[in-house]
Write a protein that binds this ligand. Structure first.
Ligand code: COA
Length: 150
């Protein structure tokens, strides 16, 4: 597997990005402002993540996704670790990520990769998303904010 940054003019894998974030408007907004990295296997995209600077010295992992038939093989973990390394090499001090209160697997993954919960953005999803989101039988309403020093 090879991870590389998309160059100017290359189209980001929108359908894959939408599996992590159902709002096309929000995805397009941060893809335009951030750096999009893709993981490829034999030239086929199998994963993606987007890093976006948010404050001086802080970068946010705003999207991460692995194609459905490749999930559960450790690719997501490799992408998170790569994002942390990229943040460090670019001189950022902190990397942040936010996920839904219903995203049990994602919360496990991020904490296994060293992130700690630093706060909750109450009603983030009910305020910013038109459609209701349900995962693991849980209504996704709040955004759990996680962070780590790089
Ligand atoms: N409880 C405990 N641990 C869990 C878990 C759960 N419910 N679900 C996943 N994990 C763990 C795995 O066991 C693994 O840890 P390990 O290496 O110690 O075994 C770790 O999380 C990551 O597994 P990995 O195989 O690397 O993840 P993946 O390749 O399936 O990618 C996602 C993870 C989230 C990127 C992928 O599932 C995905 O694309 N989902 C759809 C998009 C999405 O939700 N993106 C995130 C939005 S916040």
């Amino acid at each position: 597997m090879n991870i590389r940054k998309l160059v100017k003019g290359e189209k980001p894998p929108i359908e894959l990005l939408l599996t992590a974030d159902p709002s096309k408007l929000i995805v397009e907004e941060y893809v335009n402002r951030g750096d999009c990295f893709v993981a490829e296997n034999e030239r086929k995209i199998i994963g993606v993540y987007v890093l976006r600077p948010t404050r001086p010295e802080t970068v946010e992992l705003v999207n991460i996704a692995v194609v459905a038939n490749q999930q559960g093989k450790g690719i997501g973990k490799q992408l998170v670790e790569d994002a942390i390394q990229k943040a460090r090499l670019k001189g950022f001090q902190t990397i942040e990520i936010g996920t839904g209160n219903s995203s049990i697997g994602q919360l496990a993954l991020y904490q296994k990769c060293g992130f700690r919960i630093i706060g909750v953005d109450i009603d983030f999803f009910t305020k910013h998303y038109l459609e209701e989101i349900f995962e693991n039988g849980i209504h996704c309403r709040d955004m759990i904010r996680l962070s780590q020093n790089v």
